[in-house]
Design a protein. Structure first.
Ligand SMILES: [Zn+2]
Length: 281
């Protein structure tokens, strides 16, 4: 194991996680308390570094529980690589044939991204795929309507002082208003893919191409941002994301870089922000 050769006499957690296949859970279980705690500081930021002795780390990595986990992890990685390689064969290289499955996958992922238990990192990944899929679908003629929706959020009164604006209220600084009124703008898209309809929306500033504005379809109702059931099983997410990646790439990408940068700069963006605003208030 080459990772172990470069292991310092005292290794911190980051090294164990990144180089040696440890997880936070395994560290707690098999290593327990660190051999040394070092106080560190960088500017005004202070933290405690947990250090584990090399000998103890290597010893613990012989534990059957560590080995079992490392093997399981390796198997998962191999399985993923295999599955990814099968996608083009499965669709005989024709990304359009894969669109119904890809869109169904995005339908579930997009719902999942609004769930509280979806991690920030996962949200960023899902919204990147959503951005790129929407642009690819639009460019290739699957869009049946696209329109701008303005969502007006009313001002919210301060709960600290009941909106009275007491001078001493720390929550609102005496204004009585917790959050002022604002308008959020979205592009809404309706796509028709193999007889199925998908309706997705994006914050205006994330849409890097210029859709034609049409009137909203009559049956369209203003969207609600809340947790809805996710039809797809969680263990199918990885496959769905691989398929989306492939479809987007085969469809010729879609301003991929600009969208990616935008997402990584702003963190998770999309309707979830709105939902958070409502919950936070
Ligand atoms: Zn107040």
């Amino acid at each position: 194991m080459t990772a172990l050769d470069s292991l310092p006499p005292l290794a911190n957690k980051t090294t164990l996680l990144k180089q040696c296949g440890w997880t936070p859970g395994l560290i707690t279980l098999l290593l327990g308390k660190p051999d040394l705690e070092k106080r560190k500081a960088k500017g005004s930021y202070r933290w405690v570094e947990h250090l584990y002795s090399r000998d103890r780390v290597i010893e613990a990595m012989r534990d059957p529980r560590f080995i079992a986990r490392a093997e399981a992890r390796q198997q998962r990685i191999e399985l993923q690589v295999q599955r990814k390689a099968q996608i083009p064969q499965q669709y005989r290289g024709n990304w359009r044939d894969a669109l119904p499955e890809a869109c169904a996958g995005m339908f579930s992922l997009n719902r999942y991204a609004k769930h509280r238990r979806c991690s920030e990192l996962h949200k960023v990944e899902i919204y990147r795929l959503k951005n790129e899929l929407i642009e690819a679908l639009y460019r290739h003629g699957y869009c049946s309507a696209s329109w701008i929706h303005r969502l007006v959020l009313e001002a919210q009164l301060c709960r600290g002082c009941g909106g009275a604006g007491d001078l001493g209220c720390e929550r609102c600084g005496g204004s009585g208003i917790y959050r002022s009124a604002r308008t959020l703008e979205f592009w809404c898209f309706q796509f028709e893919v193999a007889g199925k309809r998908f309706c997705w929306h994006q914050p205006l500033d994330l849409v890097k191409f210029s859709p034609l504005a049409s009137v909203p379809p009559q049956e369209w109702k203003e969207f609600e941002v809340k947790e809805k059931p996710v039809p797809m099983r969680k263990d199918q997410f990885a496959r769905a994301k691989q398929l989306l990646d492939w479809v987007i790439r085969e469809a010729g990408g879609s301003g991929e870089n600009s969208v990616k940068q935008e997402v990584s700069q702003r963190g998770a963006v999309g309707p979830f922000d709105l939902w958070q605003l409502k919950v936070a208030a």
